[in-house]
Design a protein around this ligand. Structure first.
Ligand SMILES: NC(=O)C1=CN([C@@H]2O[C@H](COP(=O)(O)OP(=O)(O)OC[C@H]3O[C@@H](n4cnc5c(N)ncnc54)[C@H](OP(=O)(O)O)[C@@H]3O)[C@@H](O)[C@H]2O)C=CC1
Ligand SMILES: CC(=O)C(=O)O
Ligand SMILES: [Mg+2]
Length: 752
């Protein structure tokens, strides 16, 4: 029997994730300033009266004066929450909040969850219909069949904005895309394949209808529910199911699957058994899409049939066939042309765009993150949800299909410009970070956590291990295993812990350290004491002796002290100037700031080195660097005595011809504000800068910490660049998830 791996996190961790900080996953952020009395007067009474009157006169201006045009309601009554069943409206809220954040994360669609406490079809219809003024679209979610069919159909007829039941059509679109590709790979034609659909609810019926519309023959499909095959003449099925009743002798799923080419699971956990898989046709196609637990785990299916192509709804296996690959982008396209609905032409356009994307050459950053030359094949029949191309390709295809089929009320005139705007709508850093996490899973490394007695570090180490990103190597005393146990770890002994009091590596470490430090005035016994007592020195020596690929420290000591300790053991990389980068990540922009941690007053040459190395990191993170050397002065105005090193750095780059845009000296508002930059038409930056090289540590460190404490954006780092070994010093304020990100970036070689 093949073992099925545990989930990447514990129940406790998942609950903590949802409870930590502000409970839940969404909050509302004002998009206009609300600081002064004047702001308030404009935003609310009396200023708000003007858009009210304008909309009353011309309803279409609601799209100009309110958030309606980019706002989608995710609506459920909790009767079919994933594959967990009917657990009620309130219990569905975490899933609906989740869909809302996926909308934002993947397609910059604002979305709010609405849970309706009723199973009465008419009440749901009335409630949703009444919401039309508020929203640009309605995404129905996890409402069970057959009620969902009536609800969606009626709302589509009555409402003038897109109404889309994601479990039906979102799922069908992705399933169709995956099936097209799986058939291509196995040399099958849709018109020939024998398909068994397990489940006869919302998702199953919609998928069956779409694949039949695409060419799968009605006679070649057998649908099953919990009772077994839905055969012609079975009298306990509803009208939507009986439309798919099969003329067959088969009565059970096992019988139906005999010789079948395709299994589409839209039912419940564990419904497909290895014996059934063994009885399928050669190179069977198995889509086990129940969430969160599929009909069969891929390991089990693969063990039964090594020749199978397998997909699940989960993100932790190859081939995630999940509606998340569709709904954000489908709504993006529909909203952007103000479509009155999402019709079949738009759905088919989305399915084809997704299928084609998987067959296209995979971009280097996606391939690099997977650690393999990921190209179309049995383990890659469908793009991953964080594939940065989905936004542009699928949304544009849907928008175009809406225009061609006559449901777009505001057609896009310049499609090329629209595609560019779609690309700009997402920050590539988020995609690169997701890919870095995936890359870490593909190539797990050993990361030394030098402060293994700290709770925040242990939580990071647990998340790092359970996420499959690599093996944490903990530095700590005897009680680390007890501490892990107290944090809910069932198998604390399985964590590798190095204790300097008893480690057999200590003599080798002392030798190593003494050889380095003897000519810097250190005695052997001082080296012994450092190895025994200093966790940074001990951790760094573990790294030097090959016990790990990277090291993380920083939460128990000031940065400079950690740096001093580490430098006793690890040198800068030959010819490099070590320095630190803080990365500021917003919804649409990323800014790299350096050197924020190491060099107090860098020389011109050092600043040029820092600029080149930061530009490389920016490129690795998906950004074409545009470097500004910052100052209080812009091109000598005002003059001052602190500008020399900056000017030397610019001259040094002039000689080096580094292959990216750079300019300086300039004030931050010139570097970051397009209007201000335009006042200097000779400046060699085509757009505002995204790499800010600071003149000295004072301004750099203060700016980075101010932004971390006061800014609304996410701050990554500081990343320590330019050391001979991969070592990272986190800020003392780091959270467990900051530490995991740093560990992933370090292990993947992103921060070097
Ligand atoms: N990967 C993806 O993107 C998506 C996956 N899904 C998954 O599909 C499943 C169904 O969701 P949805 O259609 O919305 O829910 P519905 O409640 O509308 O339908 C559930 C269907 O599953 C059937 N079913 C339940 N257990 C079994 C079983 N052991 N064997 C055969 N049939 C069974 C039910 O049959 P009966 O009436 O006999 O109980 C019913 O027909 C869920 O697991 C969900 O997570 C759904 C949408 C998207
Ligand atoms: C993915 C999804 O929507 C579901 O499982 O219900
Ligand atoms: Mg769903």
């Amino acid at each position: 029997m093949t073992d099925v791996p545990a989930d990447q996190f514990t129940e406790r961790e998942a609950l903590r994730f949802h409870a930590e900080g502000r409970p839940g996953k969404i909050e509302i952020v004002a998009s206009k300033p609300l600081t002064t009395q004047r702001d308030l007067a404009l935003a609310y009474s009396p200023g708000v009266a003007w858009p009210v009157k304008a909309i009353a006169e011309d309803p279409s201006t609601a799209y100009d004066y309110t958030a309606k045009g980019n706002l989608v309601a995710v609506i459920s009554n909790g009767t079919a929450i994933l594959g967990l069943g009917n657990l009620g409206a309130l219990a569905s809220k975490p899933v609906m909040e989740g869909k809302a954040v996926l909308f934002k994360r993947f397609a910059d669609v604002d979305s709010i969850d609405i849970e309706l406490k009723t199973e009465d079809v008419d009440r749901i219809i009335d409630a949703v219909e009444l919401m039309e003024p508020s929203f640009g679209g309605i995404n129905l979610e996890d409402i069970k069949a057959p009620e969902c069919f009536i609800i969606e159909q009626t709302l589509r007829e009555r409402m003038n904005i897109p109404v889309f039941h994601d479990d039906q059509h979102g799922t069908a679109i992705i399933t169709a895309a995956g099936l097209i590709n799986a058939c291509l790979l196995t040399g099958r034609r849709l018109s020939d394949i024998k398909v068994v659909v397990n489940g006869a609810g919302a998702a199953a019926i919609a998928c069956t209808e779409l694949v039949k519309a695409m060419g799968v023959r009605h006679d070649n499909v057998i649908m099953c529910d919990r009772t077994g095959v839905i055969y012609q003449g079975r009298d306990d099925v509803n009208q939507w199911q009986s439309a798919h009743a099969a003329a067959t002798e088969a009565r059970t799923l096992t019988e139906a699957l005999h010789g079948a080419d395709v299994f589409l699971g839209l039912s419940a956990a564990g419904a497909l058994k290895p014996e059934m898989v063994k009885d399928m046709a050669p190179a069977p196609i198995i889509f086990a899409m129940a969430n969160p637990e599929p009909e069969i785990r891929p390991e089990l299916a693969k063990a039964a049939r090594p020749d199978a192509i397998i997909a699940t709804g989960r993100s932790d296996y190859p081939n995630q066939v999940n509606n998340v690959i569709g709904f954000p982008f489908i709504f993006r396209g529909a909203l952007d042309v103000r479509a009155t609905g999402i019709n079949d032409a738009m759905k088919i356009a989305a399915a084809n765009a997704i299928a084609e994307l998987a067959r296209d050459r995979v971009p280097d950053e996606v391939a690099a993150a997977y650690g393999v030359q990921h190209s179309f094949g049995p383990e890659y029949i469908i793009p991953a949800p964080f594939d940065p191309r989905l936004m542009e390709v699928v949304s544009a295809a849907v928008a175009k299909a809406a225009m061609d089929s006559g449901v777009a009320t505001r057609p896009i005139l310049d499609m090329a410009a629209y595609r560019t705007s779609l690309r700009a709508r997402l920050n590539p850093t988020t995609a690169v970070l997701s890919l870095a996490y995936e890359g870490a899973r593909a190539r797990p490394k050993r990361v030394i956590f030098a402060e293994g007695e700290e709770e925040v570090v242990l939580r990071a180490a647990i998340a790092f291990r359970d996420g499959g990103y690599g093996t944490p190597v903990l530095v700590g005393r005897d009680d680390v295993h007890d501490r892990l146990k107290a944090l809910g770890v069932a198998d604390p002994e399985s964590f590798e812990v190095h204790n300097s009091r008893i480690s057999p590596l200590v003599p080798a470490m002392v030798d190593f350290l003494y050889a380095r430090l003897q000519r810097r005035g250190f005695l052997r016994r001082e080296c012994e004491r450092m190895v025994n007592q200093d966790r940074n020195i001990f951790g760094a020596l573990l790294l030097q002796l090959g016990e790990g690929d990277a090291m993380i420290t920083g939460v128990t000591r000031a940065y400079a002290q950690s740096m001093r300790e580490i430098k006793r053991v690890i040198d800068p990389a030959p010819g490099r100037t070590p320095f630190g980068i803080h990365v500021l990540v917003g919804q649409t922009h990323t800014v790299f700031i350096a050197d924020t941690t190491v060099n107090e007053r860098p020389t011109g040459e050092e600043l040029a080195d820092i600029a080149e190395a930061t530009a490389q990191v920016a490129r690795r993170m998906g950004h074409e660097p545009r470097v500004a050397f910052l100052s209080y002065s812009t091109f000598g105005n005002p003059e001052g005595k602190w500008l020399d090193n900056i000017r030397e750095a610019v001259s040094a780059l002039d000689k080096r011809q580094p292959g990216f845009e750079y300019e300086g000296e300039m004030a931050p508002d010139v570097a970051l504000n397009a209007k201000q930059l335009a006042n200097y038409p000779f400046a060699r930056l085509s757009e505002p800068a995204n790499v800010l090289i600071m003149p000295g540590l004072q301004s750099a460190n203060i700016s980075a910490k101010l932004l971390r404490e006061l800014g609304g954006d996410q701050m990554i780092g500081p990343m320590l660049i330019g050391m001979e070994k991969n070592v990272q010093i986190a800020p003392m304020t780091a959270t467990a998830s900051d530490l995991v990100t740093l560990a992933v970036l370090a292990a993947g070689g992103m921060a070097r």
